[in-house]
Design a protein around this ligand. Sequence first.
Ligand SMILES: [Zn+2]
Ligand SMILES: [Zn+2]
Ligand SMILES: [Zn+2]
Length: 425
Amino acid sequence: MEPMILFAEKKDKEDVQQLLWEVGLGISGDIEDHVLLRVEGKVGAVGKLFQTSPNRFHLEVLGVRNDQRRTGLGGFLLSALTSWPWNYCRSIISSARGPYEVTTVPMHDTGLFYKKHGFEVCGFSQLSSQYVEQCDACSDRENCQPVPMIFRFPGYKRQREVVTMPQFRILGSGAGTGVPSFFCSCPACQEARENPEYTRTRSGAAVLTNNTMVLIDASPDLRSQLVKNNITKIDSVFLSHWHYDHFSGLGELEYYVKLDRIEKLPLYLPPSAVAQFESAFPNLLDIFNIIPWQFGQRYQFGEVYLTPLVANHSIETAGLLIESNEKRLAYFTDTSGLPEETEKLVSGADWLICDATFYGENWYPHSHMSVEQAIELGRQVKAKETILTHLSMHYSQAVTTEELKSEVSRYPNVLVAHDGMVIEI
Ligand SMILES: [Zn+2]
Ligand SMILES: [Zn+2]
Ligand SMILES: [Zn+2]
């Protein structure tokens, strides 16, 4: 079992003092600021970190009891302190975690030990000034021969993708079962098995600008969608409605928020879904900041505006009007036609991205649309381009993507969505 690193308590003061005295060091500030490792009940190693700036720590103290030398205890403590300095430091001035550095000034001939643990020699100018002054003022400098050293953590955080123009990206273009669905061997599912570019994950989208990313719906395929689209940051989540194929990926965001983002993620929910969210995901209450969205309200994200508009679905559902400086895009994944009021608001949009769940007979005419109906709706609202999404490809009548594309090519302004489709707005 690994020994446990704990913060020192008042009662440890004498033991810590004794240990540090043996190695020519002393307690620096409060005893409670030190961390220690106990071996058979006795203090075996001691360390103390001080945060000097948001991404910079200084290791003020590191000592190992004489009879614990060469047991690996000191290296174990040093590795822990340099791997998770935030966890082992009391003087936190910033909890925003990014790539960071740890400096130290080893005494005597201990430089090699630090080198073995990832430190390299640096100049005094790299140290925070208080430590330079400390060495300058030291009467024993000749004897100490202080050599400043630095540990640079490479940082595993991925940077935000640069987009030159705001874009709307379709992450998932499939209906609830996805294509291929595991239990189906229809021509559409076979086509997707043979050619993965025809795979359709469950419905979702992203609005990306150069400084923000809004995730629209969290499909059960969310993780693979984010990886495939090289999306590294999420700034807000907007849920259209509380159906499994649109909300169940929320659980995928827990680790992102806890390990990378650190602060709560705004989650815009249908007002009627707040209670369902709370009972379905009690473990996520502390990672999301819940905002019930309101129909007709315009929400700004970077230079883009999102307005939830009423859709015709079996439960409270929003379609979104997405506006940039120049363009208007209407996104309605789950709807059966549009209420008159909504139709007016999206009239003449540059794009209507629209529910086309069924090919052939529409099993749920009050909740979804067929390909034919979606094309007709695009014409009715005078959309410049209609993009068919939320495609089941195999309810009612199966159709392959190749077949659907060739059928749709008769209409000059109708396209079939695919996963990863990008529309610059
Ligand atoms: Zn199928
Ligand atoms: Zn739905
Ligand atoms: Zn759906």
